[in-house]
Design a protein around this ligand. Structure first.
Ligand SMILES: NC(=O)c1ccc[n+]([C@@H]2O[C@H](COP(=O)([O-])OP(=O)(O)OC[C@H]3O[C@@H](n4cnc5c(N)ncnc54)[C@H](OP(=O)(O)O)[C@@H]3O)[C@@H](O)[C@H]2O)c1
Length: 337
């Protein structure tokens, strides 16, 4: 037997630990083309709220397919193959990334696994969300050389990596925003941001007028909503807004988590010749190998870190999701089951 985290009941607002349950289940057997992996770590993405929250069934085509009540949660995990079914081109001992996290053992099609080399000092780093930031900053929009990059939700899984990556790719100045002044200080002290802004300290537009009086060249938008309005105001002529996420909606205390409305003044888009692009790293899977190589080199040279929190024990996973959804962590949140 092994344990898995299941959706006990759909939350109406933000998920709480009581909406999940940790249950025992038989360890599955790998069939043809499948592998059985022992999960070493799985990632707690706060955006899973879209898949488990009320109304999730109404949008089956969304990037986060709905998870039924009683079913195990799903999300990225690092596993070690312990058995391979006939025809699977993986072998016991292989390390793989796959999407069947939130459980101790996972049976997954070998074709849905990404084999990774066991070459990082900390294996957990394979679950870094730096990959998404890297794809965005190389494929979504080129980093303005010597220019100013702004990252919203800079203390989250993607944002905690994006600042250093932007600088390594040529940005002159990186500014990040988070919730509290204490976290904003950590953006500067630990994550290589030049300036950390706190939403609790007042409107972003006013803070950015001081932090970046000449405007932002590239705005990496993980939040949407009101911050999107600030982007239109704060990006300089010819600048770009790259939309990667919508946390303001996904982590709103009420609602479905599936909308992030923003009221914008559209006139500056024309006057400043701004570009807005929505981008998903899923569109550029070939960037992954490049990221893995460069990440390994940067780690070895001490030029980048891997800000993360490890929560020990699968029984702690429900509380980890509750905490992550409320911004109580810093960096990526992993569970070691
Ligand atoms: N485009 C892509 O390829 C791609 C791929 C994966 C994920 N995504 C999306 O990218 C976004 C960020 O993902 P992630 O994994 O980095 O998120 P995450 O770490 O799971 O987000 C949690 C953080 O969001 C922040 N937050 C909570 N409420 C907020 C609000 N109202 N406004 C701003 N920040 C808030 C909190 O930090 P603070 O204390 O700082 O508020 C919290 O720590 C999500 O929308 C996700 O769906 C995009």
């Amino acid at each position: 037997m092994h344990r898995e985290v299941r959706l006990a009941r759909r939350p109406e607002g933000l998920p709480e630990a009581r909406h999940l349950t940790v249950a025992a289940a038989p360890i599955p057997v790998a069939g043809p083309g499948e592998v059985l992996a022992r999960n070493l770590y799985f990632r707690v993405d706060a955006s899973i709220r879209m898949a488990i929250g009320a109304g999730a069934e109404a949008s089956p085509d969304a990037p986060f397919p709905p998870i039924a009540e009683g079913a195990p949660l799903a999300g990225e995990a690092l596993g070690e193959v312990v058995a391979a079914g006939p025809g699977a081109d993986l072998a016991p001992g292989d390390l793989v990334l796959h999407r069947a996290g939130w459980r101790e053992y996972a049976c997954v099609p070998a074709a849905a696994c990404l084999k990774v080399a066991d070459d990082l000092a900390d294996r957990a780093a394979h679950l870094s969300h730096g990959w998404t930031a890297y794809a965005a900053l190389t494929r979504g929009a080129a980093v303005p050389q010597g220019g100013t990059v702004f990252v919203s939700s800079a203390a989250g899984a993607i944002g905690s990596m994006a600042g250093r990556i932007a600088r390594l790719l040529g940005a002159g100045r990186v500014i990040g925003a988070t919730s509290s002044p204490a976290k904003a200080r950590r953006l500067v002290d630990e994550l290589g941001y030049d300036v950390g802004l706190a939403r609790e300290a007042g409107p972003l537009i006013a803070q950015l007028a001081v932090a970046a009086p000449d405007g932002i060249d590239l705005w990496l938008d993980l939040v949407g909503g009101d911050q999107f309005s600030a982007a239109v105001d704060s990006v300089r002529p010819g600048g770009r807004i790259l939309v990667l996420g919508a946390l303001s909606g996904q982590l709103a205390a009420s609602g479905t988590g599936r909308t992030a409305p923003a009221m914008i003044d559209s006139f500056p888009l024309l006057l400043k010749r701004l570009s807005i692009r929505g981008y998903s790293a899923d569109d550029d899977p070939e960037a992954r190998a490049e990221w893995t190589r460069r990440f390994g080199e940067w780690l070895e040279r001490g030029e980048i870190g891997f800000p993360h929190v490890v929560v020990e024990g699968i029984e702690q996973a429900p509380a980890a999701l509750e905490a992550a959804s409320r911004g109580r962590h810093f960096g990526v949140v992993l569970v070691r089951p």
